[in-house]
Design a binder for this molecule. Structure first.
Ligand code: HEC
Ligand code: HEC
Ligand code: HEC
Ligand code: HEC
Length: 431
């Protein structure tokens, strides 16, 4: 014991004596004004004969919700939310700014940078100090761009993490039950769908494909679910968001608490090993990834099942063990699972099997949970599109996937029976 103490105090003394390795200064964000010149990205119409459209600023400002995310903070609804929370005005509250703007630390702001720009170019493309001049002519390859500090938005894995950080929340962009209870809309995200909805300010044409890697629909879906699983486990592990008698409720299945008590909705398959009446964790993305693993890497899927059940076992012991198990699972997935899942590229028949598993999992969980139902419906749409891309018969699935989508369109009118009926049709169509 004493020796340990001695070692610790020696380390403290040493670290005080040695000069601290100077952390490299972060790249500075120069602000949207530096991107929006009319000969740069501020054209009103896309140029036909250029590699890029050059109307990116116009699209962002006029058609893209990110261009108005800052304005949202001045709406009545936003003020009501922060009012309920007892926070400062929305545009001054860090808990809102992290997602509705881009808030780098002071040392990473250039002279023209301003919060008012909202979620502007550098929020996604990275602080531009080291690439702004060069990217016009001399930075050709994706690797060169990345090396100069540009975020690899073209890489589905990077994009998945980037979008998920705000669209589902992560440890540095926390979406809490308190914010939602105060009136914030619940968050929902699927990478491929939301990329199409932005709408894109880039054209994936032959020239683009020559310059950049392009992920297909199926890998976009997988990367979105991987990013969601990782961010959720990281928040569960951090435990920083637990407070009072209850932990952070946003990490649990919303509809375990927020549903009508008329229907007999509870079902053992939903959370393996949990006894009736416990609040299931919000593990939907993990269940979806497992469907992919079940087809592409069955051995891995079996271990995932064991790991997931372990998480639930620790759940019934105490919070610190649940957190430790979340960390353990996250580390294992990073070491053993994600790399392997990224390797295989499923063909149309394999994607059909993934879709079948998605439908079967949802059916066996009885589909009481609305968010899980929404994720399942989006997965079905996206996977059906991916099947079409790979030469499979997507048209034959359209009736079933559309019916499923319709059944989850409106939360307040959600009928588990109707949803289950649609799931049954989908299962039959992919059998
Ligand atoms: C810095 C946080 C942040 C990042 C990063 C981010 N978003 Fe968003 N996104 C938001 C916010 C906040 C809104 C809502 C803005 C508003 O309406 O005020 C939004 C809105 C959207 C919408 C419109 C949603 C709707 O219901 O109309 C889409 C689509 C979208 N984002 C897609 C993406 C995609 C794709 C990515 C990754 C390439 C991404 N976002 C990255 C914060 C972010
Ligand atoms: C984890 C990131 C995150 C945080 C934190 C966050 N938001 Fe949002 N907010 C979003 C996203 C993403 C959307 C768009 C949701 C969608 O349409 O899918 C959104 C939507 C909204 C909307 C609805 C906009 C519309 O046009 O319908 C309001 C209002 C809003 N946020 C206000 C706030 C306020 C006020 C705070 C702080 C208390 C806050 N948000 C914190 C990510 C966040
Ligand atoms: C919400 C995230 C987000 C924001 C905000 C954003 N972009 Fe993008 N941008 C993307 C994604 C994703 C792509 C597609 C992947 C890629 O090519 O890097 C992209 C692609 C591009 C491209 C590449 C086109 C090509 O053909 O290679 C340009 C240029 C661009 N954006 C400019 C801008 C400008 C200028 C702004 C600000 C006015 C901006 N972007 C804001 C996410 C964003
Ligand atoms: C463990 C149970 C539990 C879970 C899980 C849970 N909530 Fe809640 N929620 C509550 C309670 C309790 C209240 C407070 C009700 C009151 O004040 O009457 C509440 C309040 C709310 C409110 C305010 C309106 C209302 O219905 O009272 C919203 C909105 C909300 N929660 C959304 C969510 C979302 C979205 C999720 C999932 C991300 C979620 N909740 C997860 C228990 C839960």
């Amino acid at each position: 014991m004493r020796r340990q103490l001695l070692a610790v105090s020696l380390a403290v003394v040493l670290s005080a004596l040695l000069p601290a390795a100077a952390a490299p200064a972060p790249d500075r964000n120069l602000g949207v004004a530096d991107c929006a010149g009319s000969t740069c990205h501020g054209s009103i119409r896309p140029f036909a004969d250029r590699q890029i459209r050059q109307d990116e600023y116009f699209v962002w400002q006029r058609k893209d919700a990110h261009g108005s995310a800052w304005k949202t903070l001045f709406t009545e609804r936003a003020r009501r939310i922060t009012g309920q929370l007892g926070w400062a005005a929305p545009h001054e509250a860090q808990g809102c700014l992290v997602c509705h703007a881009h808030v780098p630390p002071a040392e990473a702001r250039g002279p023209r940078f301003q919060n008012e720009d909202g979620i502007a170019c550098e929020a996604c493309h990275g602080a531009s100090e080291r690439w702004i001049a060069e990217h016009v002519n001399s930075l050709k390859t994706p690797e060169e761009k990345r090396a100069h500090g540009m975020t690899a938005t073209w890489d589905a894995r990077v994009r998945g993490q980037l979008c998920t950080s705000c669209h589902l929340g992560d440890t540095s962009h926390p979406m809490t039950h308190a914010i939602m209870a105060a009136g914030h809309p619940p968050l929902l995200f699927e990478l491929d769908t939301f990329t199409a909805l932005m709408p894109p300010h880039w054209d994936v044409d032959a020239d683009y494909r020559k310059r950049k890697p392009v992920a297909d629909t199926a890998s976009n879906w997988l990367e979105g679910q991987i990013a969601a699983t990782d961010a959720w486990l990281a928040r569960l592990e951090s435990g920083a968001l637990g407070h009072g008698l209850f932990p952070e409720l946003a990490l649990f299945d919303c509809d375990a608490c927020h549903h009508s008590m008329n229907a007999n909705r509870w079902h053992a398959g939903r959370a393996p090993g949990l006894s009736p009446g416990q609040v299931p964790l919000a593990d939907q993305p993990l269940v979806l990834v497992q469907a992919w693993a079940g087809v592409m890497s069955p051995g891995l899927a079996d271990v995932m099942t064991v790991q997931r059940e372990r998480l639930y076992k620790q759940y019934e012991t105490d919070a610190s063990r649940l957190r430790a198990q979340a960390g353990e699972l996250r580390g294992w997935l990073q070491r053993e699972a994600w790399g392997r899942l990224r390797q295989g590229s499923p063909d149309a028949a394999q994607l059909r099997q993934v879709l079948r598993r998605v439908a079967q999992n949802a059916e066996s969980a009885q589909g009481g949970d609305f968010y899980y139902a929404q994720q399942t419906a989006m997965a079905a749409q996206v996977l059906a599109a991916a099947i079409g891309e790979r030469g499979g018969n997507a048209a034959a699935l359209k009736g079933a996937t559309d019916a499923l989508y319709d059944s989850v369109k409106n939360r307040d009118r959600f009928q588990p029976e109707e949803y289950r009926g649609a799931l049954g049709k989908l299962s039959a169509a992919v059998r």
